[in-house]
Design a protein around this ligand. Structure first.
Ligand code: DLL
Length: 433
């Protein structure tokens, strides 16, 4: 059984809880001292760091939300001076102000160690050739996986977002053994292999480490069957670090959360009450070791439950059930987080559009498509096909720019759209996730 940091990963729970408490107290002290937002938040609730004397007392602290991060754009949540920040990423979400996430040199070292943990727990090793098919850029996915894979000594191919034929050529010629991507991309790859008449059995691919979006057991079975690989789930949130927060071991009975670096809780998303182990609710995470960008009780919006039972792999870290849904309308397309409320803002800026719309998300040929049905004013309707086409193009481009994903646009008369909204919700996600 290969562990990256055996002592930590298999730490007895009593010792782990003691460590968590010590780290927690240090985080609370640090954010109170260095982050104006937290000082004001705690002062407002008449809390001083000394009040957090137990893990129980900690659950009385207020939450941090996405809105708080938005208000403190870009550097307001940093707990160190900018000169100590050696890397900056942002979240992929499409709100006006993404969250800017900073890392000190020590944060980067921790990040790669935590990614190394789940790479090894999924059976990857220094003998592997790991192809990272996430886009290298502000998104945390590619760099996070890349440095973790280098850390375990694997040969890493930063294939990024090269087109799929090229990815396949790389896979064949460079003898890739592990694919790192979103699960939906793995399925698309399987389709493309089929179209190209290439039998995946003839390739060296053995494993896939997939994350960045919600996926089901059925999708896992499809990927495994079609690519002849073993598929593992890994979870991360950019605000918290990126990938490396949780990953599956060979048992695949949930994802081990790196509890010595991140403290998980489950709350009732409606009331904010803490829920006991085993109950399903919203995952709330607190960073225990982040230097540049510590977060206290951050609401992830992800619905899951926690299992503190023992795992046959020997790791004592709690297991999180695979994410089943979110508490909000966030739509994740190819790993990019799309906030549908942005659509209305874009439409309001375009003359002739009304701020009424319906979003349809569907998966065709293992590719996710976002279609926006847009209501247009009657005077814009449309005897001239050419004018109509250029209007659609204008809306499509404006939406695509704001949302960072390709969008198809269908124009509708207001009445027809209203009829449609009577029959189905504003956001229809027909993907079987
Ligand atoms: O998606 C980080 C990541 C990159 C994780 C690559 C794994 C691999 P964000 O773009 O901030 O960060 O999106 C975070 O994506 O709150 C979940 O809703 C969703 N998500 C991420 N991983 C999983 C997963 C990256 N394995 C948001 N299963 C999270 C289900 C996931 N949902």
């Amino acid at each position: 059984m290969a562990y990256w940091e055996e002592q930590s990963e298999c730490c007895p729970r009593e010792d782990l809880e003691q460590l968590q408490l010590e780290r927690l107290q240090s985080v609370i002290n640090r954010v109170y001292k260095n982050v104006a937002f937290y000082r004001a938040l705690f002062d407002g609730e008449r809390i001083v760091p000394e009040d957090v004397g137990s893990l129980d007392a900690f659950t009385k602290l207020p939450f941090t939300t996405k809105k708080d991060l938005e208000k403190n754009y870009p550097y307001g949540m940093f707990a160190v001076p900018l000169r100590e920040v050696v890397r900056i990423h942002t979240t992929t979400d499409t709100i006006d102000t993404p969250t800017v996430v900073g890392y000190t040199a020590h944060d980067l070292k921790t990040w790669s160690d935590l990614v190394a943990r789940f790479l090894l727990s999924g059976g990857a090793s220094r003998d592997d050739v790991i192809q990272v098919s996430f886009h290298y850029g502000l998104f945390t996915g590619a760099f996070g996986l890349h440095h973790g894979a280098e850390k375990i000594g694997a040969s890493v191919i930063p294939a990024s977002s090269e087109n799929t034929e090229k990815q396949i050529r790389i896979m064949q010629d460079y003898r890739t053994t592990v694919l790192v991507s979103t699960p939906s991309y793995a399925l698309f790859l399987a389709d493309t292999l089929e179209e190209m008449g290439i039998d995946p059995k003839q390739m060296m691919l053995k494993k896939g480490l997939f994350g960045g979006e919600i996926w089901s057991d059925k999708t896992r079975a499809d990927i495994q069957e079609r690519l002849y690989i073993e598929a593992f789930d890994n979870y991360g949130v950019s605000e918290l670090m990126g990938p490396g927060i949780a990953g599956e071991c060979r048992e695949k009975q949930g994802l081990h959360i790196v509890e010595d670096h991140v403290l998980p809780e489950i709350i009732d998303p409606e009331t904010g009450e803490s829920l006991p182990p085993g109950k399903t609710g919203e995952l709330v995470l607190t960073t225990l070791t982040r230097e540049a960008f510590p977060l206290v009780r951050y609401r992830t919006g992800d619905i899951t439950s926690l299992d503190y039972g023992t795992c046959a792999c020997g790791r004592t870290m709690v297991r999180m059930k695979r994410i089943e849904r979110r508490t909000d309308d966030l739509i994740i397309i190819k790993g990019i987080n799309v906030d549908p409320h942005q659509i209305e803002k874009v439409l309001l800026e375009i003359e002739g559009c009304e701020p009424h719309y319906q979003v349809i998300v569907r998966r065709e040929n293992n590719r996710d498509h976002l279609v926006v049905n847009v209501a247009v004013s009657e005077n814009i309707f449309f005897d001239e096909l050419r004018l109509q086409e250029s209007f659609v193009e204008k809306v499509r481009t404006a939406l695509g720019r704001r949302l960072n994903v390709r969008v198809d646009v269908k124009l509708m008369e207001r009445k027809s759209l209203e009829e449609s909204l009577k029959k189905s919700p504003k956001i229809v996600d027909s993907r079987e996730l």
